[in-house]
Ligand binder design. Sequence first.
Ligand code: HEM
Length: 482
Amino acid sequence: MSATLTPLNPANVQGDILVGLPKKVQHYLFFQIDNDVTSFRKRLGLLIPLITTTAQVQDDRAKISANKEAAAKEGKAPELLKLSGVNIAFSQFGLTKLGITDNVGDTAFVEGQLKDSQNLGDAGTTDAQGNFTPDWLPAFKNQIHGLIIISGDSELTVSATQATVMAIFNIGIHITLHEVTTLKGVVRPGAEKGHEHFGFLDGISQPAVKEFDTKPNPGQETVRQGVILCGRENDVDANNNNTPFVRPPWALDGSFLALRYLFQLVPEFNTFLTQSADPTTGLSSDLLGARLVGRWKSGAPVDVFPLQDNPEAGTDPSQNNNFRYDFPDDQQTQDRCPFAAHTRKTNPRADLEDLNISTESRRIIRRGVQFGPELTPAEISSGKTIEQRGLIFAAYSGSITNGFQFVQHSWADNTGFPINKPVTPGFDAIIGQNGNGPRSLSGANPKNQSATLALPANWVVPKGGEYFFSPSIPALRSTFAL
Ligand code: HEM
């Protein structure tokens, strides 16, 4: 790709990547393209005007803020704005089906996530020939060609937009697109808004993108554009001496999307916290939960607030990301934060940076949404999951091999990471995986840091996923649509 690039134009980039489609409800429609590929491509041309760009999301977000401010001035609740957004992405199977033969330059994407599942640590079975099959839902063992993300203020708006999308692709008996499955996500209600199902505030720490997010919050790292968008500055292979990736020209301003359908066993997680707490040493179940995640449920980081929650700081962007695991006692002790806490494993900050190892290319932008209902009384009393709930995890980056795949395989699942510690850190307490094998971590109790805490089973259970490429609007016009 050319070294002299025009500045980033937000109207060229799909809206979920850099800003995030506004959402209360979000549908993820996984599809296969039918045999009449030419008709599909023509119909894709009709969908393009409906695709929400970054510039449009910026406008929508400005409207939401203005609406909130106006309501606050009048002392009223803000009226619900009717908003909906659409984005589209394709898997390698989809590119092949469309006859796009260029190699996009990402081995994980080209192979697909089903083939990567064992490497990611997913549980599954291996047959006599040594072929591994993960314990995924059948829908995700199909070839999925693409994904349409439909986002909006309510189930009604999103269902109506989904019907419009389907009508564009399929008129009467002329079917050009088949739904494989639709996952329906919904933001949690009331005070739990923004919290994932274990109860922790999520979506706090995202990298700022250079010359796009011009006012980063204290502690928020700015990454060069190529870390998130293909073809931009620093679109390099961090696993191969930062060699520039070779991409086709149409990949410019596109981004890879790692999608994971993650079930969460919430009652079991809660029971574990209660049973493993050790009040005699000051380890309450709330503190244990905070130490496994790296943040209190409020969002306050344990590195700054190691013994007591600070809910005000948890939601304050000037405080809630302003830490590096570099307090004098941080690098060699787990007094403040276990080495294997989820946030530390997935963004180790000073653990690597102070060894002069950059983490820039490992950063991902996390979107996604919760799915499933709140805990039912029967689940609370039995301590057993009955309803399906969890996270539709969606992470964008300029490379799956640098980003999601590396974070999951080489950090979360790697018991020796972070490196150079006096004890073995263990598995990422939330997402670390060991196939069907056991997991444990050290440092859960600050008063007994070398003790190992066995984690009984995975609380986060992958049930499917795929790697996608989310093309720029110009690429959709020039290369994907007719
Ligand atoms: C941060 C929960 C899956 C990567 C967080 C936070 C929570 C959380 C509560 C703290 C909020 C924040 O800093 O934004 C979960 C849950 C998951 C899950 C419940 C599964 C159901 C994953 C996966 C990955 C991942 C699969 C990547 C392999 C990250 C990263 C951060 C983060 C990079 C930010 C860390 C930082 O910058 O300090 N997650 N997460 N998460 N998570 Fe997850």
